[in-house]
Design a protein around this ligand. Structure first.
Ligand code: GLY
Length: 563
């Protein structure tokens, strides 16, 4: 009897383990609607719009402006981004509201007289700022698809900016980390500078930002790109030696682009086209994964990590050479995502040995910034879906807060190639297609993505993380489709990353055991640890037609809620 019961207990333990391996946690559930973003206040504000009968485009307006208030490191009006959408009748589209180089920008603007890249010049302060695109993008989305009054959608962000909100421990820590940069980048003392140090629960009131948002509420896009706010930006630029003029602002336009599409094991993948490299790279990676049966290997097993690294290395080498702004260079998108090309491209992967990344652009670099951007995913009761990734580039962008207007400006100029072969702040290399030119958009890794199955919505995916955006989206999709993970598990699962140069696999703490890493080193891989990779905020349509929101609360304050 005793023996029998212990066998039963062992059986129970094993079956629990098996179940836990498959589905450890399920995210927020909803029957009709779901919002997932980097901050609970932004998620709840977007959801409230859906509850009042708004659609995803209406909810995106409110979520976006709320993130600019409550998540100042990446939520923004002074940055840019990309949206991928799928309407309930199956129409797909993508919107490019990426920042642009100012009219006075030039190819060698970050080099000294000897042709050396000047450290930090493209990263900190006024000279690093690209012409912001976010307000034009969110305005354009609403103009085309919104149903609720614009002013009512912007108002919740104004209220929170005016009345204040309590910052989280994570935000306090990040603000404290950047105090030196805030002081260096600003000629006055914006609200972010706090000599006593920020603490969780501190109330942040942003009256200047509330006033700026009121201009946007009342005049739409023109409330930012013309009039008082445009004047404040131009004056800020003059004071700090930046290049953006009122003409730059007035001429900025968001652009509708054709999404890049591909397939993975019977799923249709719809993602962002250039100037983001994200969609092209993701579709290439998924082709490599399918060709080499990546999904047959257990999650984060040695063969899986090796294969992913080899695939990612090849794709990032293509990215470096070919990607750029399609308005300035011919980007061979069709070839890069074609099965003919990728069959050859991935044909020489050795299952037991790492390939050395080419030595064309030698030089290891350290990341000088954490990888901040932000992503939100929304599905509405009408069946529309939107994936938006938006950024200031580094945490709090250039660290410049526009005097009188209260918002951060991006440091997106660093995403250009400052010089052929010179790495950006993410250690990522791009080539002549991404050289700086006036009015050009810099290459991005942002990968807002929508996945369909059998003609119906299946997933809405995206994340911050510089180049790790692409590999995190790739692995999140694989986790759901191949490893049958819940959306929440796929989001929280530990990630790895390879980007060709520098030649190393970034391994998130806890992703691999020491002996696994030793084995990968024996195969020829270099390994470098990272505390966090990715911060995906995604939505899955479950097999019974419900919505599961996976918010990355393990790496941030991210929050999903549905109804
Ligand atoms: N600034 C990061 C990206 O666009 O990929």
């Amino acid at each position: 009897m005793k023996k029998l019961s212990s066998i039963f207990i062992i059986f129970l333990l094993i079956s629990c383990q098996v179940n836990e391996e498959v589905r450890e946690q399920v995210g927020a559930m909803g029957d009709e609607a779901m919002v997932v973003s980097a901050h609970p206040i932004a998620t709840k504000a977007g959801l409230e719009i859906l509850r009042k009968g708004g659609n995803v485009f209406d909810a995106a307006v409110t979520t976006h402006f709320m993130l600019a208030v409550v998540y100042p490191r990446a939520g923004n009006i002074g940055g840019g981004g990309f949206a991928v959408i799928r309407t309930n009748d199956g129409e797909t589209a993508c919107l490019d509201f990426r920042e642009k180089a100012p009219l006075r920008a030039s190819e060698k603007m970050y080099q000294d007289q000897n042709g050396e890249v000047i450290p930090q010049k493209s990263q900190l302060g006024h000279y690093a700022v690209g012409v912001p695109g976010s307000v034009a993008g969110i305005w354009e989305l609403h103009q085309k698809y919104g149903t609720k009054d614009w002013g009512l959608l912007v108002q919740p962000a104004i209220d929170v900016a005016f009345d204040g909100f309590a910052i989280t421990a994570d935000e306090a820590a990040t603000l404290n980390e950047k105090q030196g940069d805030f002081i260096a980048a600003n000629h006055y003392r914006p609200w972010v500078i706090n000599d006593d140090g920020w603490k969780a629960g501190d109330l942040v009131i942003q009256k200047q930002l509330a006033a700026t948002l009121s201009f946007i509420r009342d005049s739409g896009k023109d409330g930012f790109y013309k009039g008082i706010v445009a004047d404040q930006i131009a004056k800020e630029m003059l004071r700090g030696g930046g290049l953006i003029s009122e003409q730059d602002l007035e001429s900025y336009e968001a652009k509708w682009r054709t999404p890049v599409t591909g397939s993975y094991k019977g799923h249709k993948v719809i993602s962002m086209s250039p100037p983001s490299s994200g969609g092209v790279a993701l579709i290439q990676m998924l082709q490599g994964a399918e060709m080499h049966s990546l999904g047959d290997h257990p999650h984060n097993s040695i063969p899986a990590v090796h294969l992913m690294a080899e695939i990612e290395r090849l794709v990032f080498a293509d990215r470096a050479r070919h990607l750029g702004d399609p308005d300035f260079a011919d980007i061979p998108v069709a070839t890069l995502i074609s099965t003919d090309y990728n069959t050859i491209r991935f044909s020489n992967i050795n299952p037991s040995k790492a390939t050395a990344s080419q030595e064309v652009f030698a030089g290891e670099v350290e990341l000088v910034e954490s990888m901040e951007t932000t992503h939100y995913s929304i599905v509405d009761p009408f069946g529309n879906a939107i994936a938006i990734t938006t950024t200031l580039n580094g945490n709090y962008g250039s660290k410049v807060v526009v005097e009188g207007a209260g918002f951060f400006l991006n440091n997106e100029m660093d995403d250009f190639s400052s010089k052929p072969g010179a790495p950006d702040m993410f250690g990522s290399i791009t080539g002549k297609n991404n050289a700086i030119a006036p009015q050009k958009r810099m290459v991005s890794s942002m990968t807002p993505t929508i996945v369909e199955k059998d003609g119906a919505l299946k997933m809405v995916v995206g994340t911050p993380g510089g180049p790790t955006i692409i590999t995190s989206v790739f692995q999140t999709i694989i986790n759901v489709i191949d490893h049958d993970m819940s959306m929440q598990d796929a989001v929280t699962a530990k990630k790895t990353h390879h980007q060709w140069q520098p030649d190393r696999i970034l391994v998130e703490e806890g992703a691999l055991t020491t002996s696994q890493m030793d084995e990968l080193k024996d195969m020829g891989h270099n390994i470098e640890m990272r505390d966090k990779i990715g911060r995906t905020d995604c939505i899955l349509v479950t097999n019974d037609g419900r919505l599961e929101g996976g918010a990355d609360y393990t790496r941030g304050d991210d929050y999903a809620e549905g109804f």
